[in-house]
Design a protein around this ligand. Sequence first.
Ligand code: 5AD
Ligand code: SF4
Length: 473
Amino acid sequence: MSKPFDFEIGKLTGPETHSAQKTALYPLTADAFGRGPERGTFFLETFGCQMNDHDSEKVAGVLLARGYRQVETPEAAGLILYNTCSIREKAAQKVFSRLGEYRAKQCEGRIIGVLGCVAQQEGEDIFERAPWVSLVCGSASYRKLPEMLAELEAGNHRVTGLATDTDETFETEMTRRDNPFRAYLTIIEGCDKACTYCVVPYTRGPERSRASDSILREVRQLAEFGYSEIQLLGQTVNSYKDPTPRKMRFAELLLAVADVPGIRRVRFTTSHPSDFTQDIVRAMEVQPKICEHVHLPVQSGSTKVLRAMQRTYTREEYLEKIAMIRSASRPIAITTDIIVGFPGESGPDFRETLSLLDEVKYDSLFSFKYSPRPNTPSLKMADAIPEEEKSHRLALLQDQQREIQKAHHARVIGGTYEVLVSGKSRRENQWSGYTSSYRLANFSSPAKELLGSYVQVRVTGATPNSLVGEHVV
Ligand code: 5AD
Ligand code: SF4
């Protein structure tokens, strides 16, 4: 998915917001990037996960603080930045075709930069394949962006940030926030797990947790700006290890975030099953502001495949975590990620995944065909599954999940749920938002303005992926 975003001053958050607003409104004094109207402007396009989305929000903050102005099209920009994803091959392939599209624009003096996972993975080879690119920077080096920008402004055309041996996280003075209702906040970057199919440990570097006091300071500030929902982010968010002497546990951090005045909802994603402990469930039981949803990727229902993936748990251990969550005094929705067609996944292995779906009855899931990735151990594994068979398994899995979701939805019809309203339809009196359990609800209401408010919605029907309801006034 591609999300160029437009610049709105009201979406900036950070201690320097007021002075930044001023600089963002005035043209640059330095002769940076491009001549004419595009001077001092940037266009930023983002692919991939929520971590990438949020990294882009911070990159935009760094640029805005330097006096750049964000524009909506690459044609209008002096600096074109492209934040990339390499989790699966398809996403990575897009990068070079998109860079080709940007090529013509450089002839008019534009600077083109590649950020994110493909930047980290391909490194300086990008300059070989796309010599019109001037900046290649992986996420572990973003905190050096101001220096890199200064180099580009000074006319250097081969600037790289490719180190991953950092123990620092990417913190900014200011973040340009894209979602006006839910604020994303990265609490842990990189990953120290070593799942054999995954590029993340290579592209995002080792695990680094952010100091708890700095996280809480930002949450207080976000609350002051009017955000009421906070989503804590990390590839393995619950592996959080507070680097300060306070040594706050992840469950304590959830409670502390929920305690900040003005905060009404706290979400967190993605959790690793091995680090999902009882105290997190207890925190969810005692604090209703912590949303009743856990995203707990299983990847496969077969212990044999989980071993080959180095997922660090068996099917039975995973099911124990599910039982622990299900035994909570509040209902908690559970969603997951599944990979089909991992090398060596036999028919019976795949059927174990299907039977796991029936056992857990996930509220929803993301499913993927295994995609071999550079540098990963699974690349060299024998018994690759043919593409056609992967597609067949994916279809079977999705069909089965559709039925499970239908049954879930049938059970919620008639119930009333709190929804944070985040969308207004073009159709009159139609609104949308998410429940605490992260179900999308489309509902009708005669109210004039609801965006950003919490309302009670009575569910009257459902589609496979959303609820339909009406505002209970
Ligand atoms: N092939 C297919 N899916 C993958 N994922 C990660 N790496 C791969 C890969 N090589 C999936 C996992 C992960 C999600 C973000 O992407 O399910 O949880
Ligand atoms: Fe990748 Fe595994 Fe780390 Fe998740 S836990 S980011 S799948 S290596």
